[in-house]
Each structure stands twice: as structure tokens, then as C-alpha cells.
Ligand binder design. Structure first.
Ligand code: GP9
Ligand code: MN
Length: 639
């Protein structure tokens, strides 16, 4: 019988172990750091995660056994240093973006102003854990005297050893890769960036490899898309066949003026603080407009740019990053282009900030705008908050519009009411808010939105005076909620006794949508549930565009029986709202772990009621992403 002693003493095994102890030590320390990172990013360190992480770490490091002892230690030290740095950077990214590093997030990183200046504030003392073991490794590998091997095994055996370990690791990862993608509701690898599935089942190193693969592997996506073109075209025909023709073409021949209001949240409408209306001009205007009071922002990480992207294209925002940054050179058939092709003299965008911000200078031409009037075109005669004041921007925009041949499309994006809302000078603060009634930030938010509303009111009056209003459809909506507003403040403002939970918080993501037609025609409150994805098809109907030439995921809100809005990022993929139902998915990607609510009562209901909507939401998002990934719109629009 072969005793343990005999086995242990067999020189090959002893040497194999002693030669590889460095590899094992480095990989083990890295695994501990992955646990440490997982703790901070809310990822469960499962057994599967540990095995897969160890397998990929071994696969990465086993080749070093082919080197001479000294070079091996150096190589391992470098590998340990690089992976430790990557894990630490993941944590830094998480602190900024609430998601670990990925290619799409990296693309967006350049957009976020002020972040580089505050990197120092993102670093915590505890981060030293990512590097402290390097000291131990340095000592063991380079400083200790007794680093000698008496009888190195031959190169052939070492190669065999490396290949064997590599193959075993590959086998483990391959098997797990397959089973993970099959045992979850959605393809875990397509959902890589928006669920924790891959992080929890395969670990962060494998996540990064899959992220790279997903991003650069357009070939598979193209084949996938080619196989789905027919299906998508049929789906679109069906989608459109469900829409009626109510009010079709009633706006034909009119100008279209779309105003996207920065951070204008729905709860401000028709509400007051100490008897003062926060948005008196919007409140007045909605009486002569179609007012949609159940309209959601559907933004993801691309915030303002997502609101624009959806409103002008009816395609979903990216799961990570912003399509304005990721896909500015795709071929689109956006609202500005479609209007120009149906008799509009031109499409113009206006925004009082840097043209490069959100890549607008590249994206706007792709969307079919003839010209983008930005910071470089306006006279910066009044600065507030981030840049040119709304009042001045509106005034200068009007004088540009006066020169344009009609009918024109103008798309105006406001700026002053941007976070942190503290840029309104005292003499322009129109509300009297006693000190201490709300947090300073919330009081500033109210003042900024009151100011934005006032600027808008002046613009509307001037449009009327210039005779433009009577010949225009004016659309006004908020781009998104005020990020970082505190629940307590909102509750106090709304006089709401109940705490804000998952469903009420999502309900608060509603923004106002007003469509004002000449003479206040068709005015009235419309309760149909909708969101930013729906603006394009709704306007296409009003302006009588041939919908057969468009491809959109949203719905014509004037012509459907029931609304449907899918969400992402601010509620995990698969979450959606209809007129009666709200479903909030779980980040783990398992349908049953989500929650369904009756929107009228706010009570939780049988989850099965949400299954079909959940599948529909996921299908929408997956198809929209696929189309954008392979630049597939032209193929879908070809007859
Ligand atoms: C800047 C502005 C702000 O141009 O549109 O974008 P946001 O930070 O709200 O996404
Ligand atoms: Mn915004």
C-alpha cells in the first residue's frame, strides 16, 4: 500500500508543490482580496465564485512555472501587483458609478467633470488591504536568503504540469460558464453589466474577461442580429398595428418646439410651499395642454443624454454608460431627421453648455440636427450654476428662431436647474423658504426649479408675442428626477406620512410631459402610463409621419389602450410599469425574487401577474441593445 509518507516524499510531488507554492500563495492572497472587494460592492462570495476565481487566477499564473525561479518570482510579483490594482480600481469605480469597472463605464468616465479633481476623496484608508500583502511577497520572494531549489525538475515536466493545470482550469470555467448562462432567467452574459449574476457566480476577474469579450465581439452579435431581422420587422408591424390613428396629423405644418427641462421632477407640479406655487407657469400652461401626469423618466447611467436619446429615438439607454458616448456614429433615423424628411425646413438644437459634453457635437449631427447652438454660439451674458442661465438661453434662442423659416424643429435643453442647484443668486430666488424647513439642498432645488419655470414662462410669453406659439406645438418634459434629493425632504414637501419604499420611490421618478397645441386644442389631463421612450411615436402620430418608415420600441400614447414602460439601472432590467402594475426586478436576475405592485393601491400582488411584462421588458432591452451594438437600424428600416 502506498502510504501518505511515501507519496509526500516522492520527489516529483514535493518539488511540484514547493516550486508552485509561490503561485498558490499569490493566487490565494488575490482570492482573499476578491472577497474583500465583494464585501464593499454588495456581491455574495459564493463557492462557485471562489472556485471560478481561483481557476482563472491559476490559469493566469501557472505559466510562470516555466521560468527560472528568480524570473518566476518577479513575474508573479508583477501579476499580483496588476491584479491588486485592478481590484482597487474596481472599488474606486464602484464608489463613483455604483458599478465596477467595465468598458462602457470607462468610456463614460471622461464625461464626468470634477471626478478627477476629487479622486483623493474617494480613497479610504482600508484600501491599503489591496496592497499590503505585496510587502510580504517582496520579502518572501526577493529579500529572504533561503530561496533555493536543490533539484529543479526538467522543462518537459514543467510544461506538462502547466498545460495540465491550464486545461483543468479551462474545463472548470467552461462547464461553469455554460451552466450559469443556462440556469438564470436571462442570458447572464448579455445581462453582464446590469445583474450581479456573473460577479456572484464567476467572480470579478472572469467578469472583466467577459466584459472585454462582449464589447469587442461584434461578429457573433452581427450573426445573432442577422438571424433576427425578419422577426424584428414582423414585431414592428405588429407593434404598430396595435396603435390607432386618433389625432393623426393634427399638428402637420406646425413648428415643433421641444423643451427638455433639467431635473424637473413630477411631484413639483401643482404643488406649493407655504402657499407659493413652485412651478406656476407650468401649472398654468398644463391647463391649455395635453398633460400626461403618469409619465416616467426611463434614464439609466447616461442621465440627460439618455432622456434625449429616448425622446429622439425611442431606443433604450445603455445598461452601462451612455449611447451618446458609446454609439455616436451609428446610423439613426431620429426625430430631427424624420421631420426634415417630411417638410420641416430644419432641425436645431439649443443648449447653453460645452458642445462636447455628452458628445452632443458628434451625436446631434448623427440624429439629424442641422445645427447645434451651444456655449460657443450664445453670448455668455449671464452665468448661473453650470453655465449660461436659462433665461438668457431662452431669450437668445428665440431671436435665432425668429430668423428661421417655418416649419422648424427646435430642441431646447435647459441647464440652470442642474445639481447641486445652488447657483441661483439671491436676487433671483423667487420663493420664500424659511431656513431649516428643508435641507439646504432641497431648498436650493425648489428655488432652481422655480427659476427654471419662470424662465420658461417668459419664453412662452415671448413666443406668443412673436406669433410663433400659434403656429407651433410646444412639448415640455423633465429629463429626470433630482438625483441625490433626500426622501425625508420629499416626504415633508408632499406632506406624506408613509415612508418612501421601492415602489413609491419609482413612482416618484415621474416627470411632467406637456404637449401644447395651437389654441390649446385637445387640452386635458391624460393618465395613460408612459415614459420618455414614447415621445417619438406620439409626436410621429401628431405630425402625421409615416410610422411604417420608423422603428421604435415606445408607444404612441394617444393611440394605445395600455401603457408599458421598461426600466433599467434605477430599477434592474426586467422592471416595468403598466397602467395598473409595477414590477421591480431583483438584481440577481431571478424573476421570482422581484416584487409586483398594484399601482392604484400600492399593495404587493401575485408576482405571476408580472411574468409576461417582465419577459417583454427584457426582450425590449435585449433587442434594443443588439440593434445598437451592430448598428442595425438601416437594415430594419430597409423595405
Ligand atoms: C450638461 C447637462 C447635464 O450639458 O445636460 O447633464 P446631466 O448631468 O444632468 O446628465
Ligand atoms: Mn439632466
Amino acid at each position: 500500500m502506498l502510504s501518505f509518507k511515501k507519496i509526500a516524499l516522492r520527489p516529483g510531488l514535493v518539488q511540484a508543490f514547493s516550486r508552485n507554492y509561490e503561485i498558490l500563495l499569490v493566487d490565494f492572497l488575490l482570492l482573499l482580496k476578491i472577497f474583500y472587494l465583494n464585501f464593499f460592492i454588495g456581491v455574495t462570495s459564493s463557492l462557485s465564485m471562489s472556485v471560478c476565481s481561483l481557476a482563472i487566477l491559476l490559469a493566469f499564473s501557472i505559466w510562470t512555472c516555466l521560468l527560472t525561479p528568480r524570473s518566476r518570482r518577479t513575474a508573479l510579483f508583477v501579476v499580483a501587483g496588476l491584479i491588486s490594482t485592478l481590484l482597487w480600481v474596481d472599488l474606486l469605480f464602484y464608489r463613483i458609478y455604483h458599478t465596477v469597472l467595465s468598458i462602457p463605464v470607462l468610456y463614460e468616465a471622461g464625461q464626468v467633470e470634477g471626478v478627477s479633481g476629487s479622486i483623493a476623496t474617494l480613497i479610504n484608508k482600508g484600501d491599503i488591504v489591496f496592497f499590503i500583502d505585496l510587502l510580504l511577497l517582496a520579502y518572501l520572494f526577493f529579500l529572504r536568503k533561503s530561496n533555493k531549489y536543490s533539484s529543479p525538475i526538467g522543462i518537459v515536466r514543467r510544461i506538462a504540469q502547466a498545460v495540465l493545470v491550464f486545461l483543468i482550469c479551462g474545463l472548470i470555467l467552461g462547464i461553469r460558464l455554460r451552466s450559469v448562462s443556462q440556469s438564470f432567467d436571462q442570458d447572464a452574459y448579455i445581462g453582464l453589466n446590469w445583474t450581479n449574476t456573473v460577479l456572484e457566480q464567476m467572480g470579478i476577474i472572469n467578469y472583466h474577461i467577459l466584459d472585454l469579450y462582449q464589447f469587442f465581439n461584434v461578429k457573433d452579435a452581427k450573426a445573432d442580429f442577422d438571424g433576427k431581422v425578419g422577426l424584428l420587422k414582423t414585431w414592428m408591424e405588429h407593434h404598430q398595428s396595435l396603435e390607432g390613428t386618433n389625432l393623426k396629423g393634427v399638428a402637420q405644418g406646425k413648428n415643433l418646439i421641444v423643451i427638455q427641462l433639467e431635473a424637473m421632477q413630477g411631484f413639483l407640479i401643482n404643488n406649493s410651499i407655504n402657499g407659493q406655487e413652485v412651478t406656476p407657469n407650468l401649472n398654468k400652461l398644463l391647463k391649455s395642454s395635453m398633460y400626461f401626469d403618469n409619465y416616467f423618466t426611463q434614464i439609466a447611467e447616461g442621465t440627460t443624454s439618455d432622456a434625449e436619446f429616448m425622446s429622439l429615438n425611442s431606443l433604450y439607454p445603455a445598461a452601462e454608460g451612455s449611447y451618446y458616448i458609446l454609439k455616436p456614429l451609428n446610423t439613426y433615423y431620429s426625430l430631427p431627421a424624420a421631420l426634415r424628411n417630411s417638410g420641416f425646413t430644419g432641425s436645431y438644437a439649443f443648449h447653453g453648455y460645452k458642445p462636447e459634453f455628452w458628445n452632443r457635437n458628434i451625436m446631434y449631427p448623427s440624429e439629424g440636427f442641422n445645427k447645434f447652438y451651444n456655449e460657443n454660439d450664445f453670448q455668455i451674458d449671464e452665468k448661473m450654476g453650470m453655465g449660461l442661465s436659462d433665461e438668457s438661453m431662452f431669450r437668445q434662442t428665440l431671436s435665432i428662431l425668429e430668423q428661421k423659416k417655418q416649419p422648424f424643429f427646435s430642441f431646447i435643453v435647459t441647464l440652470t436647474a442642474h445639481y447641486p442647484w445652488d447657483g441661483i443668486p439671491d436676487n433671483k430666488k423667487g420663493l420664500n423658504i424659511p431656513q431649516g424647513e428643508f435641507s439646504d439642498m432641497f431648498a436650493d432645488y425648489l428655488q432652481a426649479q422655480h427659476y427654471a419655470d419662470e424662465s420658461l414662462g417668459k419664453f412662452m410669453d415671448n413666443l406668443q408675442q412673436q406669433g410663433i406659439l400659434d403656429n407651433s406645438v410646444v412639448v415640455i418634459y423633465g429629463d429626470h428626477f433630482g438625483q441625490y434629493l433626500k426622501d425625508e425632504d420629499i416626504r415633508k414637501f408632499l406632506n406624506s406620512p408613509t415612508p418612501i419604499n421601492d415602489d413609491t420611490s419609482l413612482e416618484l421618478h415621474k416627470v411632467p410631459l406637456l404637449i401644447h397645441l395651437p389654441g390649446g386644442n385637445y387640452a386635458g389631463v391624460r393618465h395613460i402610463s408612459g415614459g420618455e421612450m414614447d415621445l417619438y411615436p406620439t409626436l410621429a402620430n401628431l405630425f402625421g409621419l409615416d410610422k411604417g418608415k420608423l422603428f421604435y420600441f415606445g408607444h404612441d400614447l394617444l393611440n394605445i389602450k395600455e401603457g408599458f414602460s421598461a426600466f433599467r439601472v434605477y430599477a434592474p432590467d426586467g422592471s416595468f410599469a403598466t397602467d395598473n402594475l409595477l414590477y421591480i426586478a431583483n438584481k440577481d436576475g431571478i424573476f421570482e425574487h422581484g416584487a409586483a405592485y398594484d399601482r392604484q393601491t400600492g399593495k404587493q400582488v401575485d408576482i405571476e401577474k408580472a411574468r409576461s411584462g417582465y419577459q417583454r421588458a427584457l426582450w425590449h432591452l435585449t433587442m434594443s441593445d443588439l440593434i445598437l451594438k451592430v448598428n442595425g437600424l438601416p437594415q430594419l428600416l430597409k423595405k
